[in-house]
Write a protein that binds this ligand. Structure first.
Ligand code: NAD
Length: 459
């Protein structure tokens, strides 16, 4: 644990270091990105083991859904940073003739990154790649709920990087709150809506710019023209990977009644194919992160008719991949983001009904649609606002660094991944440069007789 009274000193040291200008050189940033890659390569198996100790996440998932995506973003940033960081010339309007106009991309300064526990490497280090590529110094606060991973990150970063450049601070809500109260130049927060609101209130006091990556109830729609067998496989995978503890997991299923029975049959089969007849024995199925979340989720199981799963084990924090049919809008499972391996099923008949059900909740982080009907797809994309999503798949949109990722409305604001991460951690400084001659007299008083000319120019 980091002592709270040391935090102002850590930030002061980073500010002093930032003011040397060292982090602004593109060559320096590329060296640091390479060093980050080296750290991850040198300690890949230690990191995978630490995440496994925290909640039994299988090695394949830690690589495929965390390390692999971080490596990809590092490589992409190294390849493109020169280009991204160059000043960009823009055209000049006639009013400013003659002039050169350009936009300089500069780092904000010292960035604070606060991460949640559910993808403890990805959600700490993917924003960090952007902050580093943009030339900031960084204080990273990983989650206290994944102590093995967070402690390993702290020890590795202190070995590979100067602490006035990147420092990992360990601690829980109190430490995080104390950090947010300091004079950071940017805050990047991933976590719950409740904490996001509190961070935004604190940041408002200093007008600190921020990104909020929050959650929400992400719908997954299946209509009667979808390929049911493939849809069931892709939905089971996206819902139960990481034991459902994924911010962009399908939260609930919306399905047309005519195909529900057949689809639920395929869904049950898919779960069995993924994790066997007893998922508790599967090496590929993680556990719930802690007792509090286990209890919260167990209480949601008391609804509708259980179609698959439903079993729990409080000692090992196991909750089976569970599908619940006949759920109503008033059941607790439909009141807030589930964030666990429980999939409630609701029916819709028409587009209007589908839109109405989704609009009962704030704008979601993700939306998934399984359909072969173009007009239905067009209508859903046009009528429903959501952070991002996929058609005929779940979650894999996250693997494309050309697709920026972020929420909208209650699911947050700002975005990252690929170039968007660099943009998020950079300020765009717009500059106009004029020669001393000519000095066009039009703008200067006295204005008599000049209004007509201005009206012709500015229209
Ligand atoms: P959380 O909000 O409880 O905690 C996130 C981080 O904030 C932790 O590091 C924690 O120490 C810190 N924190 C807690 N209280 C704080 C406070 N008062 N002030 C400042 N910092 C504080 O979230 P969690 O339980 O770790 O993660 C689950 C939530 O995160 C879910 O709602 C999920 O949807 C969301 N999430 C969103 C994304 C995304 O990319 N949009 C990704 C993962 C998780």
């Amino acid at each position: 644990m980091t002592a709270i009274d040391q935090l102002p000193d850590y930030l002061a040291k980073q500010k002093t270091y930032f003011s040397t200008g060292e982090t602004k050189s593109v060559a320096f940033r590329i060296r640091q990105l390479r060093l980050l890659r080296e750290l991850l390569q040198d300690h890949e198996s230690d990191l995978i083991e630490a995440v496994h100790k925290d909640f039994k996440k299988p090695a394949f998932e830690t690589y495929a859904t965390e390390l692999g995506l971080i490596f990809n973003d590092i490589g992409y940033a190294i390849k493109n940073l020169d280009q991204w960081a160059k000043p960009k010339s823009v055209p000049s309007p006639i009013v400013n003739f003659p002039s050169k106009n350009f936009i300089i991309t500069e780092p904000y300064g010292c960035a604070l990154i606060i991460a949640p526990w559910n993808y403890p490497l990805l959600l700490s280090l993917q924003p960090l790649v952007g902050a580093l590529a943009a030339g900031n110094t960084i204080i990273l606060k990983p989650s206290e709920l994944t102590p093995h991973t967070s402690e390993l990150l702290a020890s590795l970063f202190s070995k590979y990087f100067q602490e006035e450049y990147i420092r990992v601070v360990l601690g829980a809500a109190e430490t995080s709150k104390a950090l947010v109260e300091l004079d950071f130049d940017y805050i990047f927060f991933t976590g719950s809506n409740r904490v996001g609101k509190s961070i935004m209130r604190t940041a408002a006091e200093r007008i600190t710019p921020l990104t909020l990556e929050l959650g929400g109830k992400s719908p997954c729609i299946v209509d009667e023209t979808a390929n049911l067998e493939i849809s069931a496989k892709r939905i089971a995978w996206g819902k139960f990977i990481n034991a459902g503890q994924t911010c962009v997991a399908p939260d609930y299923l919306l399905i047309q009644p005519s195909i529900k029975k057949e689809f639920l049959g395929y869904l049950k089969d898919s779960i069995e194919q993924l994790y066997g007849a007893n998922p508790e024995e599967s090496e590929d199925y993680p556990r719930i992160i802690n007792q509090a979340h286990f209890e919260r989720l167990s209480n949601l199981l008391d609804a509708g008719t259980t179609v698959a799963g439903g079993q729990t084990n409080a000692e090992t924090l196991y909750i089976a991949p569970t599908v619940i049919d006949d759920v109503t809008k008033d059941d607790p499972v439909m009141q807030e983001e589930i964030f666990g391996p429980i999939l409630p099923v609701l029916e819709f008949n028409t587009l209007e009904e589908c839109v109405e059900i989704i609009h009962r909740h704030p704008r979601p982080l993700a939306l998934y649609l399984f359909s072969n009907t173009q007009s239905f797809e067009d209508a859903i994309l046009e009528r429903i606002s959501f952070g991002g999503g996929a058609i005929n798949d779940t979650i894999t949109q996250m693997g494309n660094h050309h697709l920026s990722f972020g929420g909208v409305g209650a699911s947050g604001f700002g975005s990252y991944h690929g170039k968007a991460s660099f943009d998020t951690f950079s300020h765009q400084k717009s500059v106009m440069k004029k020669p001393f001659w000519p000095d066009v007299p039009l703008r200067y008083a006295p204005y008599d007789g000049k209004l007509g000319i201005v009206k012709k120019i500015l229209k």
